[in-house]
Design a protein around this ligand. Structure first.
Ligand code: AMP
Length: 434
């Protein structure tokens, strides 16, 4: 299936080509036709599944197709999000997908001055993405009215509940027109969310995709704090363990993948690299060798790994941490295919600590620190780069505000600490928007 099959209009298809999405994700193929029809919907899915596009695309289409006979610049779609980071990301997505539609969206959240937000609202917008606190503030001051809303999206409803925003959410809902389309997305469906859904949705379609959390939790993950120059020695040390039978190693760059495969080969560890600069034949050969067990190690970049479908990868090693946290989930998911569990090791140097923090926020787990790490970094864990290192070919990910404080409960030397994953640890404490 491709996006054409979903009945999307040309301005959206053009935008999708520019962001290089070729195929809809499962939640997109299930949800888009239903939302286009105007149905209410419950989406059981979490970040990383493509759920933002699953609602943004059909909503843009509905607005676009009905805009001719209506006034532009009247808020017709409201999206509520629990955190400012997520709100900003959702708005970015509306902007990217809607670039050829002429529709305008704006994000409002607390913790920053309200005047620019008010000015934006005055200029007229079609789509408003907001955190509940700031929205209520601006409503109370008379800057926002919700009586023209046609579609209301409640995103990450379970986190709204976790973060204590559900009361505010109810206050917002009370101001919405009763005749509207409502979409509710939640990674989990606790009773309180189910009750809320029952009270605000009418005859909803239910769309569920396997929550990635399930996959992530099945994988035994650990992080090795190690400096860049010691990563290879640590890798060779780990590979002495013959239980690591079939291992997929991720590097950030193609050059890095080539270099590492050559170095491993020189150290008598059978390894091949797979990435976009290799010919199709070379890639197929590397993959066949890996599948048959001829090579034990396949070094890959994120893009190349998308096509890798090998069932019994025993380990995934993140030699470099990805700058996009979703990639971490995709990467480690390679070791838990077809219901198997797997093991994922991540190397984290001082420059990558900000990436680790973003990953932990996304997966809602604190990745345990490896117990045995002869190459443990001596740089204290509180040290965190305030500027992410530039990554060649990476998409701009700077929409996420930087946070200076690190989880200080980690051990200082980065080793010898056994900590079990704790769910919902970071998000609630660190991400609360106004
Ligand atoms: P979300 O679950 O909405 O946070 O999306 C997760 C990531 O997947 C984002 O980086 C999106 O840009 C990306 N994404 C969404 N839909 C697609 C698609 N159909 N193909 C490729 N990437 C996608």
């Amino acid at each position: 299936m491709n996006f054409n099959d979903l009945g999307l209009i040309d301005p959206l298809l053009r935008a999708l080509r520019s962001v290089e999405y070729t195929r809809p994700t499962p939640i997109q193929s299930q949800a888009i036709p239903q939302i286009l029809k105007g149905k209410d919907l419950i989406g059981c899915a979490q970040t990383g599944t493509g759920k933002t596009a699953a609602f943004a695309l059909p909503l843009l289409q509905r607005l676009y197709q009905s805009t001719q006979n209506r006034n532009r610049g009247v808020i017709r779609v409201l999206v509520l999000s629990p955190t400012r980071e997520l709100a900003a990301q959702i708005n970015d997505n509306f902007v990217a997908y809607g670039r050829h539609t002429g529709l305008k969206s704006q994000v409002i959240f607390g913790g920053v001055g309200q005047q620019p937000q008010i000015d934006g609202l005055r200029r007229g917008i079609d789509i408003l993405v907001a955190t509940p606190g700031r929205l209520l503030d601006l409503m109370n001051q008379g800057y926002v009215r919700l009586n023209t809303i046609e579609t209301f999206v409640l995103d990450e409803a379970d986190r709204m509940l976790d973060m204590g925003f559900i009361h505010d959410v109810r206050k917002v809902i009370a101001k919405l027109p009763t005749a509207r389309q409502t979409l509710l997305f939640s990674a989990t469906m606790p009773e309180a969310i189910q009750d809320l859904a029952n009270s605000i949705l009418i005859d909803p379609v239910r769309v569920e995709v396997t929550p990635q959390a399930t996959t992530v939790e099945k994988i035994e993950q650990s992080v090795f704090f190690v400096e860049k120059q010691n990563k290879r020695a640590l890798l060779e040390h780990l590979l002495e363990d013959r239980d690591i039978r079939r291992v997929l190693i991720f590097t950030r760059t193609k050059h890095g993948a080539n270099k590492l495969a050559e170095q491993l080969d020189r150290a008598q560890i059978q390894a091949e690299a797979i990435h976009g600069n290799k010919s199709q034949t070379a890639r197929e050969r590397a993959l066949a060798n890996f599948k048959s067990g001829k090579t034990r190690v396949l070094v890959a970049t994120d893009i190349a790994a998308r096509g890798i479908d090998v069932d019994d990868v025993t380990h995934v090693i993140n030699y470099d941490l990805p700058n996009e946290p979703e990639s971490y989930v995709h990467r480690i998911g390679r070791t838990a295919r077809a219901g198997a569990s797997g093991i994922a090791y991540s190397f984290c140097d001082v420059e990558e600590r900000a990436y680790l923090r973003d990953i932990e926020k996304l997966i809602r787990l604190s990745v345990p620190v490896a117990e045995q790490n002869p190459f443990a970094s001596t740089i204290p864990l509180q040290v965190i780069q305030t500027h992410k290192p530039p990554v060649r070919g990476a998409r701009d990910n700077n929409a996420r505000p930087q946070q200076q404080n690190r989880n200080t409960s980690r051990s200082n030397n980065g080793a010898q600490t056994d900590r079990r994953p704790r769910r919902n640890h970071f998000r609630r404490r660190e991400n609360a928007a106004s």
